[in-house]
Design a protein. Structure first.
Length: 329
């Protein structure tokens, strides 16, 4: 398998955090994990590129690097009120026409919007800048609350950690949930946050009304026929109160969260075992192969059988994944 080439387009003054999000996910070699990505950076004018952190980066490659990229990452754009250079916009458009995936992290959505690739389409950015993006690019359908939006050929994220969430989501789409979980584990990150969660929905520790205990409890019992009422009883609140807390903190209903956990567990079993689909359905609490296939297709947009053919453990590198886990402290 040839590495998937990811090229980050750095723009002065470059935000170091958004660039680091992409570099950490796509550009770091990890012991025991097969290398699936080739990461590099480019700039309109190679050489010293200033950053927001007060130092310059030495960038060797120019815009020609985008001509062979499989994924182009725009890790922020610190001049949203200014037009980007025509050469930059043309290079991004050409990469997209060639079939490259274009990914904008945080304020990078402003530059992506200038290319026209978001016209008539959903996009997000940091909640603090969402109104400005909508005003500057009225043809873009801005969603101010969303963590990230992946449309296949283009993807956008909110600020800070949402950039990592989107990058891990793309790894999951490229190489399966198990590989993405291994990358997240190396980074000491949660393996999966749904893009539809609220940007400022934060589960803070073990406060009296924290969802963390009930989420942990449910995640260990996916094989059981759990209902929303079961979750509410475990949390010691009414089903209505639980639904309100889920909406406030996670941006989803309890039922949708539970279904997402079941499908995620099914993905891992499809990748890492040869268990029949009927057995997997029972193990993740979806009762039957028919129900699993229907729910799986609705969320993953493919069948369990097709997913297993793409990401099953017979693929090269699974032994290395397991060995890498064994080496973890």
């Amino acid at each position: 398998m040839s590495p998937h080439r990811v090229v980050a387009l750095v723009l002065p003054p470059q935000s170091t955090f958004e660039l680091a999000c992409a570099a950490e996910v796509f550009g770091v070699s990890r012991p025991g994990l097969p290398t699936r990505y080739d990461f590099s950076v480019c700039a309109e004018r190679p050489g010293a590129v200033p950053t927001l952190a007060g130092y310059d980066m030495a960038v060797r490659d120019g815009l020609a690097a985008l001509e062979t990229a499989d994924t182009v990452v725009i890790p922020g754009w610190q001049r949203p009120d200014e037009p980007a250079g025509p050469a930059v916009l043309d290079a991004v458009r050409r990469a997209h026409r060639r079939g490259a995936r274009i990914v904008a992290l945080c304020s990078g959505a402003f530059l992506l919007a200038q290319t026209g690739l978001l016209d008539g389409r959903r996009a997000t950015t940091h909640w603090r800048m969402a109104a400005a993006l909508a005003a500057r690019s009225p043809r873009v359908l801005v969603e101010a609350d969303t963590l990230y939006i992946d449309l296949g050929d283009v993807a956008t994220s909110a600020g800070t950690a949402a950039g990592i969430d989107l990058c891990l989501h793309l790894v999951r789409a490229d190489h399966g949930a198990a590989y993405a979980a291994h990358v997240a584990r190396h980074m000491v990150m949660p393996p999966h946050r749904e893009g539809g969660q609220l940007q400022y929905a934060v589960e803070s520790g073990r406060a009296p009304d924290s969802l963390a205990p009930v989420l942990d409890w449910a995640a260990e019992r996916l094989h059981e026929p759990l209902t929303v009422d079961d979750l509410a009883a475990q949390a010691g609140v009414s089903a209505r109160t639980l639904a309100r807390r889920f909406a406030d903190r996670l941006g989803v209903s309890p039922g949708r969260w539970l279904l997402g956990q079941r499908v995620s567990a099914a993905r891992a079993l499809l990748e890492e075992t040869d268990l029949p689909v009927e057995t997997i359905a029972v193990r993740v609490g979806l009762s039957s192969a028919t129900n699993l296939r229907r729910r799986f297709h609705r969320i993953v947009r493919t069948t369990p059988a097709a997913y297993r053919r793409s990401f099953g453990s017979h693929h090269e590198g699974e032994t290395a994944l397991q060995a890498g886990d064994a080496q973890q402290p």
